[in-house]
Design a protein around this ligand. Structure first.
Ligand SMILES: [Ca+2]
Ligand SMILES: [Ca+2]
Length: 141
């Protein structure tokens, strides 16, 4: 368990590092595709958002949000990912929407850094973004 400090530029440089970003997003996609059919279903996506903490950080959802409301939010997020509306999210749809979301997160953060508590095995993109920056600075851990 540790604390990372991230701001908009940390997130943006992660997203703009195409190789790194693609690798991370594709790895995330594979780990989320629990039935290995090559696409993400609604329930697989829901697990994704729970694990990535994007709803907390980007959509402002907190623990007090009622389950019905959460389901509505997850549904609307799913629609955004499923660009061709075929009921599943494929790898390209996942990657392109993740990019938009991460850039929106970056804009939201701006230049005011936030602190985030993370587990060592945290797989969130924000943690990855912070790790990448630490690597570039030459620190890391
Ligand atoms: Ca699947
Ligand atoms: Ca689709």
């Amino acid at each position: 368990m540790g604390v990372i400090i991230i701001d908009g530029s940390t997130v943006r440089s992660f997203v703009n590092d195409e190789t790194h970003f693609k690798t991370s997003v594709d790895a995330q996609f594979l780990s989320l595709d629990t039935n290995n059919d090559g696409v993400l279903s609604r329930s697989e996506m829901r697990k994704a958002f729970e694990s990535m903490r994007l709803l907390e950080t980007h959509f402002g959802v907190d623990v007090a949000t009622p389950p019905e409301e959460l389901t509505r939010i997850y549904d609307s997020v799913f629609q955004r990912f499923d660009e061709d509306h075929n009921g599943t999210v494929d790898k390209d749809e996942f990657r392109s929407e993740m990019k938009k979301i991460m850039l929106a997160v970056a804009d939201g953060l701006g230049s005011s850094p936030i602190q985030m508590a993370v587990e060592d095995d945290d797989q969130s993109f924000l943690k990855k973004a912070a790790d990448l920056e630490a690597e570039k600075i030459g620190g890391g851990q």
